[in-house]
Design a protein around this ligand. Structure first.
Ligand code: NAD
Length: 434
């Protein structure tokens, strides 16, 4: 897949602000502030490898804006991680938290590494080493990391443990997405997929979809992709295409998702930290490329892997009428325009995948209170919040006659703008006292 450079990613993210500005109640000065991340940290993490050699890994943490609260956002382990990618991801987190009305600003971090090549012990050393480098930058009241691509609950547990040792006090609220016995929340594991599922549920109601006839393709079969597949399949949707980094598969009458998940994850038991199995190993299915998957004749397309997948090069060939963005930044601005002109409904990433950060917020609240909720309570609160914010944005979209992404940014911008204005803007300070 051809992904444009990550420099475009941050610039593209900023361009969306300008588009939403005219529909939001926000001072131009506040808008300007949001174009500049608050703090950027780059670190070098030395790791003793199993063969005795020393390797230095580069890591980042960016805090984009903290006007509405401490910053929140995941940590990604991937070779693609660079400062521009992390800046863009931090920027999206600010808006995602505002879309969900969470008392947080946005942040993101990551390490430039192919994590699949590391042993368990190397991975642990790297994760603890990263925390040593960023310990003064993060904290339960300043900046709270969480999992993202190629990081998981166990890694969050190592990081929480490392931070607690540095601070000499147990600090579960410094990080979310932890294993449940270490202060993790019920329902965090499938929260992103479940949040997206609630959005789909609302789309189906709004658009009178006949669920059993609704055909779905999903790009990316990791945490987020598998969970939404499972929930949609249980409701009766036909999941006809799925893919992962090695390629995709297609089945005209739909996959049995639980068996597919079992096949994909079987190697977990053998290989430990990362799944090395591929959906392509599933039997009785037609092999397709990731490019073909995106262009399948389906009703709903769910990109749940990487950024910049739907671009000016393939937007014209996208047949799905609904695009549910589970991945962060899967659609470029140019592609957005093409799809909007064709009347496609794009449920934007900052809403569609916000279930993860919402349950991360619940986890942080539970850690602060030392009082833990049941799975039913977590899922009920998540469902209520997703439905409320989806419908609020959908109504704004209709009212202002704009696309759903612009509506989501306008809602978020207004909320952030209100917080910034509460501290005073040029308009306030230049007013005469008399
Ligand atoms: P994951 O690491 O569990 O899974 C990623 C999946 O994408 C894997 O199946 C991998 O094989 C596949 N993939 C990688 N490269 C690919 C390629 N070139 N083509 C097709 N598939 C490819 O990650 P995840 O947590 O499921 O995250 C997926 C996306 O969702 C990311 O954009 C992430 O930022 C976003 N997201 C995740 C969460 C969360 O809580 N997990 C929350 C918000 C957003």
């Amino acid at each position: 897949m051809n992904a444009p450079s990550s420099l475009d990613l941050f610039e593209g993210a900023i361009a969306r602000l300008d588009k939403a500005f005219q529909f939001a109640d926000i001072d131009a000065e506040a808008l300007e502030r949001l174009k500049h991340p608050k703090q950027i940290l780059q670190v070098s993490v030395p790791v003793r490898m199993d063969d005795g050699s020393l390797r230095i890994f580069t890591g980042y943490r960016v805090r984009h804006d903290d006007t509405r609260g401490p910053t929140k956002g995941g940590l990604r382990y991937a070779p693609s991680v660079d400062i521009s990618e992390v800046k863009a991801l931090a920027f999206w987190m600010t808006f995602k938290c505002a879309v969900m009305n969470l008392p947080y600003g946005g942040a993101k971090g990551g390490i430039c590494v192919n994590a699949k090549e590391l042993s368990r012990l190397e991975l642990e050393r790297l994760s603890r080493g990263f925390i040593e480098q960023v310990a003064d930058f993060i904290g339960p009241e300043t900046d709270i990391p969480a999992p993202d691509m190629y990081t998981n609950a166990m890694i969050m547990g190592w990081m929480m443990d490392a931070y607690s040792k540095i601070r000499r006090q147990r600090t579960p609220a410094v990080i979310t997405g932890k294993p449940i016995p270490l202060g993790g929340s019920q329902g965090r594991e499938d929260a992103t997929g479940r949040g997206a599922y609630h959005c789909m549920h609302e789309v189906a109601k709004r658009r009178d979809l006949v669920i059993r006839k609704t055909r779905v393709a999903i790009q990316g079969f990791g945490n987020a992709g598998q969970h939404i597949a499972q929930l949609l399949h249980a409701d009766g949707y036909k999941i006809v295409g799925v893919s992962d980094s090695r390629g995709g598969i297609y089945k005209e009458d739909g996959f049995d998702i639980p068996s597919l998940i079992q096949i994909k994850n079987e190697s977990n038991r053998l290989q430990a930290v990362y799944c090395t199995g591929s959906v392509c190993e599933a039997i009785e299915a037609e092999a397709i490329t990731n490019e073909e998957l995106l262009e399948l004749d389906v009703d709903v397309l769910i990109p749940a892997a990487l950024e910049n997948q739907i671009t000016i090069d393939n937007a014209d060939r996208i047949k799905a009428s609904v695009i549910l963005e589970v991945a962060n930044g899967p659609t470029t601005n140019e592609a957005d325009e093409i799809l909007n002109k064709k009347g496609k409904l794009i449920v934007p990433d900052i809403l569609a995948n916000a279930g993860g950060v919402t349950v991360s917020y619940f986890e942080w609240v539970q850690n602060q209170q030392g009082f833990y909720w049941s799975l039913e309570e977590v899922q009920k609160r998540l469902g209520e919040m997703m439905k409320r914010e989806f419908n609020h944005i959908y109504e704004c979209m209709i009212e202002m006659n704009i696309d759903m992404r612009t509506a989501a940014y306008a809602v978020a911008l207004s909320r952030i703008g209100e917080a910034i204005a509460s501290l005073g803007t040029a308009h306030y300070f230049s007013e005469n006292d008399s």
